[in-house]
Design a protein around this ligand. Structure first.
Ligand code: MN
Length: 311
């Protein structure tokens, strides 16, 4: 598989830290300019992908006297995914590891976090033994892949940069999960704003939506959601009700008054599932209602119904 040339990650200085007050969830090249490119489909084998990355960083690593170790993933099945974006994300991490590491080794590895009927959630890691902890990561690529990303350092031992992404299993049967199939087939690449103050719930929602290749942005409260919905149009908004600064009801009322997302489907997510709560959400202008904890099949069916209504 040909690899994109982004070796400039090896020579460029790390990006500046985000401005104070900026959401770490908002990536700069994304503001105001929605991503239009739907995810591409390639067949890929994990160990081959990792070997390609190792070969690409090899010259620069060799120049610094670094050893590159590719750990066997033991994932033998061919998978379907966006190999280009995956390579870009891995090269971004591997390039940073080469930059940060003075001597020693860099490890590339991948393992399965979760396995579903037709896809698996994988965690890719690039680990180094740089003395200086705290490598900055960019979440952009991982977010494009519909997963999450992070970094951790063990003082004196090194850094581990990681991201997760769902990949489809090549040739898996597709019977029985109609809502997911239809979401993938009809709505992959659509833009969904997740408005949620709880970090864990944010991650769960991102993973579930990423699994059907919806592109997600996160707002941490109603006020952030209002700001984001003023500058760009979303295909759907998932709205928590109880949040600090501005709750989901008020945010919905105000979003309904702005032009860009005046008629974007808004789906409420709330721990309170009494009739009165549903009525309040409807009165505020929401289109559908999910009770927490959100059950994946119900979520997918609701997303499908709302996105179809806008098609
Ligand atoms: Mn909440």
């Amino acid at each position: 598989m040909p690899l994109p040339r982004i070796m400039n990650t090896l020579t460029q200085a790390p990006p500046p830290p985000p401005a104070p007050g900026a959401s770490h969830r908002t990536h700069p090249q994304n503001t105001g300019q929605p991503l239009q490119t739907p995810p591409a489909e390639h067949s890929l084998v994990i160990d081959e992908l990792l070997a390609d990355i190792a070969a690409t960083i090899q010259p620069e690593a060799a120049r610094k006297g670094l050893e590159i170790i590719v750990e066997p993933s033991h994932i033998d099945q061919p998978l379907i995914g966006d190999a280009t974006r995956l390579s870009l994300a891995l090269l971004d991490y591997a390039g940073k590891a080469v930059l940060a590491t003075g001597r020693g080794r860099i490890r590339l590895r991948c393992h399965i976090l979760e396995k579903a009927w037709n896809r698996m959630l994988l965690r890719f890691e690039v680990a180094d033994n740089a003395i200086a902890p705290g490598l900055a990561i960019t979440r952009d690529f991982a977010e494009l892949l519909g997963g999450t990303a992070g970094a951790f350092s063990v003082s004196g031992t090194g850094n581990t940069l990681w991201f997760t992404t769902w990949l489809r299993i090549d040739g898996a049967p597709s019977a029985g999960h109609d809502a997911e199939d239809h979401l993938l087939r009809l709505h992959a690449g659509k833009q969904v704003l997740i408005v949620e103050d709880d970090l864990l719930n944010q991650e769960v929602a991102r993973d579930l939506l990423g699994a059907v290749e919806l592109v997600t942005e996160v707002a941490n409260n109603g006020l952030e959601a209002l700001e984001m919905s003023r500058s760009r149009r979303f295909d759907l908004i998932l709205m928590d009700v109880q949040m600090p600064l501005m709750d989901g009801l008020e945010a919905t009322r105000q979003i309904r008054m702005t032009s860009l997302n005046r008629d974007t489907p808004i789906v409420a997510m709330t721990a309170n599932s009494f009739d009165d709560d549903r009525r309040q959400c409807g009165d505020a202008g929401m289109d559908a209602f999910l009770s927490k904890p959100v059950e994946p099949d119900t979520l997918y069916a609701t997303l499908l119904a709302c996105l179809n209504s806008r098609a």
